[in-house]
Design a protein around this ligand. Sequence first.
Ligand code: F6P
Length: 324
Amino acid sequence: IKKIGVLTSGGDAPGMNAAIRAVARSCAYFNLDCIGIYRGYQGLIENDFELLTARSVRNVINRGGTFLKSARSAEFRTKEGREKAARNLTRAGIDALVVIGGDGTFTGAMLLQQEHGFPVVGIPATIDNDINGTDYTIGYDTALNTVVDAIDKIRDTASSHNRLFLVEVMGRDAGDIALNSGVGAGAEEILIPEEDKGVEQMMYSLEKSRKAGKTSSIIVVAEGEKSGKNIFELADFIGENLEGYDIRVSVLGHIQRGGAPSCYDRVLASRLGVGAIEALLRGESNVMIGITNKIVTSVDFEVAIKEQKPLDKELRRVLNITTV
Ligand code: F6P
């Protein structure tokens, strides 16, 4: 291996820049060329390439977003699109690819490998933390801190007005952000995609908290929760079924995806970036580089994508106890 391409794809996550930096610097360290590919798989199809030297990635470790830009490419989902991409990689003399992103990114990588035998290694970066085979994904820690900071502020006003707040956080398929920020910000209840008893549980908790004399409450709702109601409908439902609540809704949205990465995310990104290049040099491919019990590991893309990450039941129990 002499030349490695790197791209970021899917929803951006704080720490992606730190991961690109670690990949580019590892290439420099091992005397490999590093090619940055702009706009994810779309840039691969459109030959949007640039040489990244060790110096090209200065002053990026602290920046949110991704300077290589990110995209969700519809064309790469087609066989023809992937053919173009493979042709461009070969033409540019690139021997292997590092893809930084989430499950959609890894699915694309797997297909590129299967159809064209192209070596690819993945680095998990998504605020959702919904990738199996890694304890943490890059961006998750920063997003959690952003969410907790926002909920702390909401708590001030909720408490001043004796209000009930429903706060929507990201998490299409996974409740990690909701569960952890819920415990960390002292929420009364959480609604997450992994549990289908969410609404009954929430009504029960609200009744209980009122009886316990609580005057304001916060409920954290993951966007992918399964009640079939959106957050405004949920607020109406509570209003119709429980008397005496002054209810407000706050949707945190994309502020959760921005901002300077936390130290944890920078360190994680640095470790996984180095790990990805070392894995390629060992001849590994079709794997994601993850972290388990503080150790950098390789996990087959198949395992990372196909198996649903289990919910942290212990944390759910902690939430139930601490909201008594
Ligand atoms: O995959 C990360 C994520 O933040 C999800 O939680 C959310 O559903 C999605 O991205 C929104 O992405 P976008 O607005 O970029 O389409």
